[in-house]
Design a protein around this ligand. Structure first.
Ligand SMILES: CC(C)(COP(=O)(O)OP(=O)(O)OC[C@H]1O[C@@H](n2cnc3c(N)ncnc32)[C@H](O)[C@@H]1OP(=O)(O)O)[C@@H](O)C(=O)NCCC(=O)NCCS
Length: 147
């Protein structure tokens, strides 16, 4: 499979319908267009879109003072294992670092092998666990990357 990555562009408020449609494909508990618009309007939020033809994935983050959080990250199934998520996350880490952020956090389901492998490869380490966080049965792991 090609490692070629689509162009990465900043997410804009007008992307809310597109992002909601992509989120619906990748998550059971998906964010609809209104929820996506609300996330994009939060102070400190920023996003990056892998803008292939069609768009292939995106990451949304939020910066609060000197810490950042990954709110969501996805790559559509046909485009996985090409390095797109790693490119999006790497670009988000660089943007956060440039903004003076000292650490980035995220939550990931303990049984999400793909997510855990990705985050470990990008330097995230487990700093906490939230029992039965997802749907009452699956734990969430709290991961942190020092910038
Ligand atoms: C997790 C997800 C974003 C990965 O996207 P991706 O573009 O396929 O990931 P990449 O190609 O950048 O993978 C980078 C590295 O992560 C790891 N990785 C990614 N997917 C993996 C998988 N299915 N199994 C094992 N390792 C995986 C590998 O180390 C990979 O490097 P390699 O391909 O050289 O082995 C994607 O599978 C997805 O959207 N899943 C559904 C939504 C989700 O779980 N989001 C994260 C929730 S917090």
């Amino acid at each position: 499979m090609s490692r070629a990555v689509s162009i990465i562009i900043p997410v804009a408020p007008a992307h809310a319908p597109l992002l909601a449609g992509m989120h619906r494909i990748c998550f059971t508990e998906h964010w609809d267009e209104a929820a996506m618009a609300a996330v994009l309007a939060m102070p400190g939020s920023f996003g990056l879109l892998a803008d292939g033809n069609p768009p292939q994935g995106f990451i949304l983050c939020r910066i609060a003072v000197d810490e950042a959080e990954v709110l969501t990250l996805l790559v559509l199934p046909p485009f996985r294992r090409r390095g797109i998520a790693a490119a999006l996350l790497g670009a988000a880490l660089a943007a956060a670092r440039a903004a003076g952020v000292s650490a980035m956090y995220l939550e990931v389901a303990a049984n999400n092998a793909a997510g855990l492998a990705l985050y470990s490869a990008l330097g995230f380490q487990q700093v906490g666990r939230r029992p039965r966080y997802y749907g009452g049965s699956t734990d969430a792991l709290v991961l942190k990357a020092d910038l």
